[in-house]
Design a protein around this ligand. Structure first.
Ligand code: PMT
Length: 394
């Protein structure tokens, strides 16, 4: 539960994306946030208060003259209790009202009276977004210290295509979690490898392994939430890139090597989570191998470059972190890899714990000793790993 104990006011304004705010509320609540919904009158034309009341387990406020607050000061009481006000979707009209410090409905008054940060996820037709008035308002909101989430580009409810779509609820959730995370890697550039590599035998067949990419993607997400600028060099996996992370897709170990080497100069921290194939096929066939010609074809293997060891050996190398997946003798094998690759930190995991699922069991090995982390979700372990790294890099 990444938002346990956080008190969030979710402001919903009038726009078709208001229906997505219901899903956003559900996701926030699932992460432990205590969510109070406030809607503009416009929003109630798209979704009813009942939906949000049922999902939040709290009465929804729409009216600044609401008699339910004993002191008749809903705008003060509700905003004072919040750690964050999140307005999603935020209409063009609402943004304009915030720019001008209007207090003409409950939500605008709460925003004006707030004592906490404000995040805004705009949603509107592309022409409304591009209008110079809206663009002026965006600049003013940013200058006033308000954080803007999106908007995204794509097909809009009106059928037009362009910038103005609200970010998806999952993306907004990621931004909110990132917002609350301590920025222990602020200003750092982190390069991460993740997933398996695929070494072609012919155009359709190849050698790969069971890495799902989950561990590496979780590390990338945690690094980004800790304020780092993150690039993820990913082997073939079926995962979406974490919000705000640059992803470079690669297939083979040679591709991964080239992608890493092209970016490593601008890197403060390199984390090799990928299960890179140690060997590739020397005699990969240009055309599909046929079963009925010439018997069983021999496969010759040739060693791949060791990306992590090469990065660690560079002059002015970044702080290097390796991973080791072993089926036994975890400490001995992981420590041996750490020494051989000459890296300060390696995270060991057993193959039966690490490959595939959402959970893992990590043991960190560095010069200070052995640091077992409590078993748990890869997301939580990744945050602990990032904290450990941040303490080392200072
Ligand atoms: O993707 P998941 O399903 O979530 O699974 C996660 C994981 C089990 C793959 C991950 O936690 C993990 O342990 N990754 C490292 C796997 C491994 O044992 O790699 P290795 O022993 O081959 O390599 C040791 C280190 O050197 C790793 O950091 C690896 O990225 C790096 N390496 C290895 C070979 C090579 N040619 N280049 C490298 O950079």
């Amino acid at each position: 539960m990444e938002l346990q104990g956080k008190r969030i006011v979710l402001g919903v304004t009038g726009g078709i994306a208001a229906y997505k705010a219901a899903e956003l509320l559900r996701l926030l609540a699932k992460q432990g946030a205590d969510v109070q919904v406030a809607m503009t009158d416009g929003a109630t034309h798209f979704v009813t208060t009942t939906t949000f009341q049922a999902l939040s387990g709290r009465p929804v406020f729409t009216d600044q003259w609401d008699g339910r607050m004993p002191n008749a000061m809903a705008h003060i009481d509700l905003s004072r209790q919040a750690d964050l006000i999140l307005v999603a979707p935020a209409s063009a009209d609402f943004m304009a009202r915030v720019v001008h410090g209007m207090a003409d409905d409950l939500l605008a008054t709460m925003v004006l009276a707030r004592d906490c940060p404000l995040l805004i996820a705009p949603a509107m037709n592309r022409q409304m977004w591009e209008n110079p008035a809206t663009q002026r308002n965006v600049l003013q909101l940013l200058a006033d210290g308000i954080k803007m989430l999106g908007p995204a580009s794509g097909e809009q409810a009106c059928g037009e295509v362009g910038v103005g779509r609200m970010l998806e609820p999952e993306e907004i959730l990621e931004e909110v979690i990132a917002f609350f995370s301590p920025k222990v890697l602020a200003g750092k550039r982190v390069l991460i490898t993740a997933g398996p590599t695929f070494e072609a035998i012919d155009p359709v067949r190849g050698i790969t392994n069971r890495s799902s990419g989950r561990m590496g993607y979780a590390v990338a997400r945690a690094a980004r939430q800790a304020g780092a600028e993150v690039t993820l060099v990913s082997g073939p996996v079926g995962l979406d890139a974490p919000q705000g992370v640059e992803r470079i897709n690669v297939l083979s170990a040679l591709d991964m090597h080239a992608a890493v080497m092209a970016r490593v100069a601008a890197t403060d921290i390199f984390i090799g989570v990928a299960a890179v194939a140690d060997y590739r096929v020397a005699n990969a066939a240009e055309h599909k191998l046929k079963k009925d010609t010439g018997g069983i074809p021999p496969i010759e293997l040739i060693e791949n470059p060791d990306i992590l060891a090469e990065v660690a050996a560079l002059e002015g190398a970044p702080y290097c972190v390796g991973f080791a997946a072993e089926s036994r003798n975890l400490e001995a094998y992981a420590q041996a890899k750490r020494r051989k690759k000459n890296i300060p930190l390696i995270a060991g995991n057993l193959i039966q714990d690490g490959f595939g699922g959402d959970d893992n069991r990590l043991v960190l090995f560095d010069d200070a000793g052995v640091h077992p982390l409590p078993p748990g979700p890869k997301s939580v372990l990744s945050r602990q790993l990032i904290e450990h790294i941040s303490a080392a890099v200072g």
